[in-house]
Write a protein that binds this ligand. Sequence first.
Ligand SMILES: Cc1ncc(C[n+]2csc(CCOP(=O)(O)OP(=O)(O)O)c2C)c(N)n1
Length: 336
Amino acid sequence: MTPAPPEAQPDARPTPPNQAPPLRELHATVALVRAFELAVAALYRDGEVPGFVHTSLGQEAVAAGVAAALRPDDYLATTHRGHGHVLAKGADVDAMMAELFGKVTGLGRGKGGSMHIADPALGILGANAIVGAGIPLIVGAALSSKQLGQDRVAVAFFGEGAVNQGSFHEAVNLAAIWNLPAIFLCENNLYAEFTDSSTMTRIGSVAERAIGGYGVHAATVDGNDAAAVHAATVDAADRCRRGEGPVLIEAMTYRWHGHYEGDGQTYKPDNEASRWRERDPLTVLRARIVAEGLGSDDELDAVERVADERIERAVTAARAAELPAGEEAYEHVFGA
Ligand SMILES: Cc1ncc(C[n+]2csc(CCOP(=O)(O)OP(=O)(O)O)c2C)c(N)n1
């Protein structure tokens, strides 16, 4: 049995007036990621984007909520499903799209593709095709921040499937005993590849595992509510910057598409997807924005149109760009 989508709880945790979540900013980011992922799914289906792609459709609120709570100089590491995290942290949209096309104008000059996006200037230490590999990486970044006397925070995104990897346990334990400014951001979308994640461990709650196993502060949030994710991340980053050590956030969410584009999802029960789609991150945000008088449906439609047009421009530019020249096949393979 997989858990049902969380019920909407608009009044469960009233926001103090001086700390209102940036709802319009969150909406614009979710809209941008949604437009990017929809375009990528179609481009992959049509054979324009090579390799494998794993989209985050349905999970966009996590990327938006976390990124809006970070500073530009904070670190981030992500996974095979990391387009949204990287875009929300500020990666150039044209360079992201070109990278997926394998074009020389891409963030990695077209050599990394979807699963190896990085932009160190923005603190984006990389997407990673190896499940769990980004988690120790951010412990290193958090250690450097502490050693250098900076107050930069490092965030690792990972799925609940990665929590059964040794790298997760070693990394969380080390961050805990060294009191490092690390945020472990688990996007629990209920499935790891084609397997119901509840069949992989006796303890269903990742937050409980972090608290009981390693004594770190942990919280579970509605991952389809960008404002709730934002509030949890603001709290986690504050704790980290105050020197209180690492925090784990378990964001409950759902991926709308398959593990990879083209996966038929026959392993999911009937009606599960439709129930989660009722809690579409865009719908959740729009309802709150309209209810709080922060924007009208027409204004929000316009924001979503702008996002679509931005992605269309990125696709046009990526199509027109060149592939890397054959002579540079061995250049930029290792970072200095
Ligand atoms: C070390 C390692 N083992 C196995 C794989 C194959 N693999 C790719 S994604 C995946 C499941 C990941 O599930 P989860 O961490 O929950 O992330 P999600 O795909 O749900 O975002 C697996 C087993 C891999 N890439 N790396």
